[in-house]
Design a protein around this ligand. Structure first.
Ligand code: NAD
Length: 500
């Protein structure tokens, strides 16, 4: 199964270049400055990435504006969908290169990249290509005083140039979650992946180029946020909308940047998600589920559960069961047999997570397991690993229980009744997702609709149908994407009223 040559993910991304270029108006271009892309498994250099400057970001936006007026703007929706399927075919054809790129940048298990990240990127293109072909609009008939009546119908038109800014935690999956529907709706795109995970997006630019996507339709700019490509893009008057996934405070900064131009925004932001385990839950399934929801991708999924509430009658049994399973997790090399967890994305992020590990102790937590850094006695000691960690004993007001940590960690707290736990779950500045574990059908329905979040799972976690709405409330985001919600966001919707 794990056939990647070790060199591929330990030092570079194989056949891909060791320099990553920007892709502007159909050309791969360098720039005056570059930054290092570091492998979090061992701290070694993967590639140098050329940072787009303000002039290049402007060129990308102008190219995207011009491309709207070219052959791309004249394609029928069927031909556009066919081209988008060709992009999906291109990713499929270079599947293992994408896996290697994602693993190199993030250190995630190869198995995860093969079963989640890359297949989902392909599904994003196919799903939105098909939705564009099959979507319908509204028609309203109305009566008029002269008796002849009128018809109103809505049309979806491309919005224009879409700015896409994405994070590092699920690099290609989240990048394509926005690029695919934007293209499917006929827009052009200027997209910036995270500076921590630039490789798979660069491969995608090659795939777009080879698939025959016209110049200027998809532009890739590399760089950071402040005083760099991210900020240059959000401040550019030529974009029509900005779609962003990342931290809540970055979302707030971007909102201010686009305010003067009154640009449309779609924000998928941070979370401090809860899992709730009722006394009537299937305990084994709940333990297995919370293990996944707390530790998948080293806890670096916006949907991960960092707050776990367990009914007092099963609290001790649950905590000891989860501790056993967490201690069985294999933390190691991405291609190691049976590996469950890789490193965090970077040393900088590890410093942040470890600062919470220390803070939890200061705040009075009982460390059930973990709380430190694993020792390997090999090159991985130069990597960005931390131990999967479980705490109990903190108050609901503790910073470790209220702030997003974004690491492999959860705090488990007992509760006594349903109303109490609903109030405690909702007492958060965030509102992205919640997982509920119960075998009582009425309770599942009753509680689900009282949780103030965008996504509730019952007896499962991170099961996604791409046609359903995705997004959060409060600090967790603004707007919904997925299915027709994406079709609406990435379109200019106009009403046409015809008097008969
Ligand atoms: P981040 O906000 O630091 O960076 C995200 C992107 O924004 C990067 O490409 C970065 O370069 C860019 N950026 C940073 N500052 C900017 C600025 N001033 N102007 C323009 N662009 C700027 O987030 P991150 O650390 O990459 O990702 C982790 C965060 O993302 C977590 O908070 C996580 O919960 C959140 N997230 C949310 C979802 C969701 O769907 N709600 C999904 C994944 C991740």
């Amino acid at each position: 199964m794990n056939t990647l040559p070790s060199q591929v993910w330990r030092t570079n991304i194989g056949s891909a270049p060791s320099q990553l270029l920007n892709y502007i108006d159909g050309n791969f271009v360098t720039s005056a400055s570059s930054f290092a892309n570091i492998n979090p498994v061992n701290g070694k250099l993967i590639s140098d990435v050329f940072e787009a400057d303000a002039k290049q970001v402007n060129e990308a936006v102008v190219a995207a504006q011009n491309a709207l007026k070219g052959p791309w703007g004249k394609l029928s929706v069927q031909d556009r969908a066919a081209l988008i399927h060709k992009i999906a075919d291109g990713i499929q054809a270079r599947f293992e290169e994408f896996v290697a790129a994602e693993v190199a940048d993030t250190g995630r298990p190869v198995h995860q990249a093969r079963t989640l990240d890359i297949p989902r990127a392909i599904a994003n293109f196919r799903t939105f290509a098909d939705l564009a072909k099959t979507s319908h609009t509204d028609l309203f008939e109305m009566s008029t005083s002269d008796g002849s009546g009128a018809l109103n119908y809505t049309v979806r038109k491309p919005l224009g140039v879409i700015g896409v800014i994405s994070p590092w935690n699920l690099p290609l999956l989240l990048f394509t979650w926005k690029v695919a529907p934007a293209l499917a709706c006929g827009n052009t795109v200027v997209a910036k992946p995270s500076e921590e995970s630039p490789s798979s997006a660069t491969l995608l630019a090659e795939v777009m180029h080879d698939a025959g996507v016209p110049p200027g339709v998809f532009n890739l700019i590399h760089g950071f946020g402040k005083d760099s490509a991210g900020e240059f893009l959000t401040q550019h008057p030529g974009i029509s909308a900005l779609t962003f996934t990342g931290e809540s405070k970055t979302g707030s900064t971007i909102m201010k940047a686009v305010a003067d131009g009154v640009k449309e925004v779609s924000f998928e932001l941070g979370g401090k998600n809860a899992a709730v385990v009722f006394a009537d839950a299937d305990l084994d399934a709940a333990i297995e589920g919370v293990l996944r929801s707390s530790f998948t991708n080293s806890g670096q999924v916006c949907l991960c559960s960092e707050r776990v509430y367990v009914h007092r009658s099963i609290f001790d049994e649950f905590v000891s069961g989860l501790k056993v399973e967490a201690e069985r997790l294999v933390v190691g090399y991405p291609d190691q047999d049976g590996v469950n967890m890789g490193p965090l994305i970077s040393h900088g992020h590890r410093d942040k997570v470890l600062s919470y590990y220390r803070l939890a102790v200061d705040e009075g937590a009982t460390v059930v397991t973990g709380g430190g850094v694993p020792k390997f006695n090999d090159e991985r000691d130069q990597g960005a690993y931390v131990q999967p960690t479980i705490w109990t004993g903190l108050s609901d007001k503790a910073r470790c229980v209220t702030e997003e940590i974004f690491g492999p960690v959860c705090h488990i707290s007992p509760f006594d009744d349903e109303d109490e736990v609903i109030n405690r779950v909702n007492d958060s500045n965030y509102g992205l997702a919640c997982a509920i574990w119960t075998t009582n059908l009425s309770r599942a329905h009753r509680v689900s609709r009282q949780i103030h979040v965008g996504l509730v799972w019952v007896n499962t976690w991170y099961l996604r149908d791409l046609r359903t709405p995705f997004g959060g409330v409060k600090l967790s985001g603004l707007g919904r994407e997925g299915g027709r919600f994406s079709m609406d966001f990435y379109s200019d919707i106009a009403n046409i009223c015809i008097k008969i």
